[in-house]
Ligand binder design. Structure first.
Ligand code: SF4
Length: 306
């Protein structure tokens, strides 16, 4: 950390104590933000951590739908998102109104929404899933027809693992589609011993070239395996910071340096400090929406326990 960052970090940590706050950072956050966090993880791990903590305030270093999920699971805590403009373009590729219309066209379909969706879209969904549990969630449902929103690529990946009929909403992650098959082919030549691990939000022709398709939590666990000495990483480049920190001596190479989520990078140490000073901006899901959205999240958690 640079000297300036160290000073900021000290101020953040002392104010954090005073406010009884916990700092959660997504795997795609800037390295200096990850370094001051109490927990670093994927969006669901972070929200579950949020629900377990005794802290009264949650500083969510991630994007808007993640802060909403924390608010859905922890209605009694103040959830602060240090930059309120940190959105997720993929989550915003479908609205609750659009989903309602689509449901009218497909009255027999069960709606499964990726956790990367707005609280309002969750209210119109039967169950949520993550990139890690999508197959399990869909296989556990009685329905034969699934409407999957908003990520067509995660939906496509899941459809290759199930016999159910899946209708895919045409959303996508603008950062993950920057990873191209030629990136993987080239890096395999340069690093023939390396394992290639990509996120299921990647295009199907990228996933087809990988050894594994895993969410960010799964990637971190995979990297710890003894037989993995080098890894080509097909996801947002922020995760490289955590992979390198946790696995000194192993080599991690991004599939492309262009896989950057500009929204994740809006959160800085300065903004974390301001957020703690001003106790803003707060993300609070209105109770009526919260209860309906929570039903879809709870159903996923139940399936996970089953
Ligand atoms: S990486 Fe993609 S899915 Fe994740 S927050 Fe950014 S735009 Fe949304």
């Amino acid at each position: 950390m640079e000297n300036r960052d160290v000073k900021l970090a000290e101020k953040i940590l002392s104010l954090k104590k005073k406010r009884n706050a916990v700092i959660l950072a997504h795997n795609y956050q800037l390295g200096e933000v990850q370094d001051i966090a109490d927990f670093v993880g994927d969006s669901l791990e972070l929200s579950q951590n949020a629900a377990r903590t005794d802290a009264e305030v949650i500083i969510f270093c991630g994007v808007h739908f993640m802060a909403e999920t924390a608010s859905i699971l922890c209605p009694d805590k103040a959830v602060l998102l240090p930059d309120i403009n940190a959105g997720c373009p993929m989550a915003d590729m479908i609205t609750a109104e659009e989903l309602k219309k689509k449901k009218e066209e497909l009255p027999r379909a069960t709606v499964v929404c990726y956790i990367n969706s707005t609280a309002e879209v969750k209210t119109e969904s039967d169950v949520c899933c993550t990139s890690a549990n999508g197959v399990k969630v869909i296989e556990s449902l009685d329905a034969q027809e699934i409407l999957f929103v908003p990520d067509q690529y995660l939906g496509h990946y899941i459809s290759t693992k199930t016999d159910k009929k899946m209708v895919l909403w045409p959303g996508f992650c603008p950062s993950h589609i920057r990873i191209l098959p030629e990136h993987i082919t080239q890096l395999r030549k340069e690093y023939p011993q390396a394992k290639v691990v990509v996120h299921p939000e990647c295009r199907p022709d990228v996933i087809a070239l990988a050894d594994e398709a895993l969410g960010t939590g799964g990637m971190c666990r995979y990297a710890r395996r003894d037989d993995v000495k080098a890894m080509i990483v097909g996801t947002e480049i922020g995760i490289l910071h955590r992979l390198r920190k946790e696995n000194p001596g192993k080599k991690f190479t991004p599939a492309t340096e262009q896989a950057v989520c500009p929204n994740m990078k809006l959160i800085t140490l300065e903004k974390v400090l301001w957020s703690l000073e001003e106790m803003a901006p707060e993300v609070k899901v209105p109770e009526e929406i919260r209860l309906r959205a929570k039903a879809a999240v709870d159903k996923m958690l139940e399936i996970g326990r089953g």
